[in-house]
Ligand binder design. Structure first.
Ligand code: NAP
Length: 245
């Protein structure tokens, strides 16, 4: 288990973008990176929650309201972040995600494409926007938050599994294409994590689901991200898979 305290200050002077940072895993990652010294642009749709969380972190946190499913909004967010940081961030954490339990013959086609838009297309858009600058300065780190469902199939994951398998594939292409470029790429894939993502499913009162108390904590995922980010520059952590011990 990495010791987050040992990493204190190691990201001082760096900039990071974390998507889905208003709650859950993204908020835990934003907190860890901020505590470790980074300036953090926090992306989500819900302005009030985002502002409150960014304010509670402090002056180095920048709330950026953006619906990642909207290409024009993503372009605006990229411009605002580039302006605020004076260039592309040092770290991009593609974390925001949509999860729904729906069977293949029950999901509406527009819900299927909406899941792909948030879980796969939006990460691609952000990578596409920031990677050229990262490559030009021969430094940068792109972290993808995957899932146990990016390698394992569960019934009801009609849109989640294809989008998460796709996100892992995008990470793996990126990893190969950036090898030797100074840009690093890491996939962090957790099992179930106790976040608001589960509120609608209500696993504590549903047979066959892991109770929330037996899930991972969002902070454990954030510590895994921090571990990958704080390795020596010549070390790429390709993939971390987290499950309850
Ligand atoms: N929780 C788990 O068991 C688990 C397990 C494995 C992997 N994961 C993955 O971990 C990531 C985070 O999950 P979580 O559990 O922390 O989820 P969560 O608690 O539901 O939080 C999702 C975050 O994403 C943001 N978001 C959702 N749609 C967005 C959009 N269209 N545009 C911008 N922001 C959007 C939300 O903010 P707004 O609603 O304000 O936009 C929120 O900040 C996801 O990729 C998920 O697939 C989760």
């Amino acid at each position: 288990m990495p010791d987050a305290r040992a990493a204190l200050g190691r990201l001082t002077g760096t900039t990071a973008v974390v998507t889905g940072a208003s709650r859950g895993i993204g908020l835990a990652i934003a907190r860890q990176l901020h505590e470790t010294g980074a300036r953090v642009a926090m992306i989500a749709r819900t302005t009030a929650a985002l502002r409150a969380e960014a304010e509670s972190l402090g002056a180095r946190a920048l709330p950026v309201t953006c619906d990642l499913a909207n290409a024009a909004a993503v372009a605006d967010a990229v411009a605002a972040i580039t302006d605020a940081f004076g260039g592309a961030p040092d770290v991009l954490v593609n974390n925001a995600g949509a999860f729904a339990l729906t069977a293949v013959d029950a999901i509406a086609p527009e819900d299927f494409t909406a899941a792909l838009d948030i879980n796969l297309v939006a990460p691609f858009r952000l990578i596409h926007a920031f990677l050229p600058s990262m490559k030009a300065r021969r430094a940068g780190h792109i972290v993808t938050i995957g899932s146990v469902a990016d390698r394992a199939i569960f019934p009801g994951n009609a849109s989640y599994a294809p989008s998460k398998y796709g996100a892992r594939a995008l990470h793996e292409v990126l990893r190969l294409e950036t090898r030797g470029s100074g840009v690093r790429a890491t996939l962090v894939s957790p099992g179930q994590v106790d976040t608001p993502l589960w509120d609608e499913v209500d696993p504590d009162n549903r047979a066959g689901f892991t109770p929330r108390a037996q899930m991972l904590r969002p902070e454990a995922v954030a510590e895994a991200v921090l571990y990958a980010l704080t390795q020596p520059a010549e070390v790429n952590v390709d993939e971390l898979r987290l499950s309850r011990s």
